[in-house]
Design a protein around this ligand. Structure first.
Ligand code: FES
Length: 95
């Protein structure tokens, strides 16, 4: 199935099973590795993204469920000039 996703403000067409976790689509199809696999059960928060501005666990969110919604990953918090957001800066070992 081709999924139409809006990730970090950019549209993407992804061939994936509709029940594939959003986390796998982000990491394996789009190369966005900021969201991590931790527990895979919605308990640890390592996979957290924003969906329409609200925090969500991408490991338990089917990719098809976010079609037509805005998904923001940690990578999407950067300014257009590439500058780190305050949150990204806090995670950076180079600060
Ligand atoms: S990997 Fe732990 S909540 Fe998603």
């Amino acid at each position: 199935m081709t999924l139409s996703l809006l990730i970090n403000g950019s549209p993407h067409q992804v061939d994936a099973a509709p029940d594939m976790p959003l986390l796998y689509v982000l990491r394996d199809h789009l190369g966005l590795n900021g969201a991590k696999y931790g527990c895979g059960m919605g308990q640890c928060g390592a996979c957290t993204v924003q969906i329409d501005g609200r925090a969500a666990y991408s490991c338990i969110t089917p990719a098809a469920a976010v079609q037509g919604r805005r998904v923001t990953t940690i990578e999407g918090l950067s300014a257009k000039d590439g500058a780190l957001s305050p949150l990204q800066h806090r995670f950076s070992p180079r600060r």
